[in-house]
Design a protein around this ligand. Structure first.
Ligand code: NAD
Ligand code: UFG
Length: 343
């Protein structure tokens, strides 16, 4: 069988949803995750959705001995590399932790793949590599000027993998730049459960809706946008997941390197998201306008046309579905995977 895909970080938010899409497309995911930012109970939920528990190995992607063993013992045809740390603020206070996890992790993985002659790799990059963009929609050709250690760690890995593919043209590498991933699987069984205090808009909005939090702090309403609040390109996590499957299929067509935005091409403001969530949940979202958040960009969204042409992929789910699916997950699992209501 050549359909076994190693999914590093597969217990996390985007990785777990991608495991669902992989299973639906006839691939078998093998998850490697150190559970540093995820809960092992996601595996039961995945089994419930797909009808079969995914294979799981608890371990660290920087553990070369473990990787060598995995590649030796399993007939892996490709790798999706989600494992990494993603909190921009933490990356500023502890850059070494971030470079160690994100850059060393990708380096050790690439070394082990090279040794095992597994040469298909899909890498989780981020729109954060663009830094403050000159214009929107942002094409992949826009300059990359990441503004923090997290973004620089993603850009370094992109460059390392591009150099690798240049030196060994038989590699098949996809660098996928996600915009703002939100939403949840429509079953409500898996979703995003940020550990600690979330910073991202959608988890905070849904926590207000479910009553875990009193109100949302809107970070500024004096931006040059239609309602003064910040605009982002929110993309449904199941669309992202399907984008990964499309990238895997594309890789099967031949060697090469592709760098692609996974985005919708449409921006939504903070208040657009609040209103959509109110419609989806029937709850009022209390908010208070506060000062701008340092480092925030007023507005940006991605140009998804290259992904559409290259992969035949486009985001199909709109903001109303992003909110409805987030709300179902949040309602059924107010404590994330600690809630047993959905099972
Ligand atoms: P997540 O934290 O939910 O998932 C990452 C998973 O990787 C977690 O399960 C964690 O336990 C695991 N992990 C971390 N370091 C590891 C290591 N050294 N070895 C093994 N496992 C490890 O995050 P996510 O939102 O699913 O993001 C997945 C990837 O996508 C990350 O690389 C992230 O940087 C990237 N990304 C995320 C966003 C976003 O807003 N969520 C945007 C752009 C890019
Ligand atoms: N916002 C609020 N109140 C909040 C949280 C967010 O008003 O409590 C606003 C922000 O100011 C911004 C928008 O909601 O206008 C989205 O903020 P997020 O924090 O959800 O997302 P960002 O676009 O700021 O950051 C995300 C990821 C980063 C990544 C970046 C670029 O969280 O990891 O996209 O890809 F670097």
């Amino acid at each position: 069988m050549d359909n076994l895909i190693l999914v590093t970080g597969g217990a996390g938010f985007i990785g777990s949803h991608t495991c669902v899409a992989l299973s639906a497309a006839g691939y078998r995911p093998l998850i490697l995750d150190n559970l540093n930012n995820s809960d092992v109970r996601v595996l039961e939920r995945l089994a419930k959705i797909t009808g079969r528990p995914p294979s799981f190995i608890k371990g660290d992607v920087r553990d070369r001995t473990l990787l060598d063993r995995i590649f030796r013992e399993h007939n892996i045809s490709g790798v999706m590399h989600f494992a990494g740390l993603k909190a921009v603020g933490d990356s500023v206070t502890d850059p070494i932790l971030y470079y160690g996890n994100n850059v060393t992790g990708a380096l050790v993985l690439a070394e082990a793949m090279q040794a095992a002659a597994v040469k298909t790799l899909i890498f989780s990059s981020s729109a954060t590599v663009y830094g403050t963009p000159e214009r929107s929609p942002i094409p992949e050709s826009a300059p990359c000027r990441p503004a923090n250690p997290y973004g620089r760690s993603k850009r370094m890995v992109e460059q390392m993998l591009a150099d690798l593919q240049h030196s060994q043209p038989d590699w098949r590498i996809s660098l996928l730049r996600y915009f703002n991933p939100v939403g949840a699987h429509q079953s409500g069984l898996i979703g995003e459960h940020p550990l600690g205090n979330p910073n991202n808009l959608m988890p905070l909005v849904s926590q207000v809706a479910v009553g875990v939090r009193d109100q949302l702090a809107v970070h500024g309403n004096d931006y040059p946008t239609h309602d003064g609040t910040g605009i982002r390109d929110y993309v449904h996590v199941m669309d992202l997941a399907e984008g990964h499957v499309a990238a895997l299929r594309h890789a099967a067509s031949g060697p090469g390197l592709v760098t692609l935005n996974l985005s919708t091409g449409q921006g939504a403001s903070v208040l657009d998201v609040v209103k959509a969530f109110e419609r989806a949940s029937g709850q009022r979202i209390a908010y208070e306008v506060g000062p701008r958040r340092p480092g925030d960009v007023a507005a940006y969204w991605g140009d998804p046309s290259l992904a559409q042409v290259t992969l035949g992929w486009r985001a199909r789910r709109g903001m109303d579905q992003m909110c409805a699916d987030t709300w179902r997950w949040q309602q059924q699992n107010p404590q994330g995977y600690e809630s047993d209501g959905a099972l």
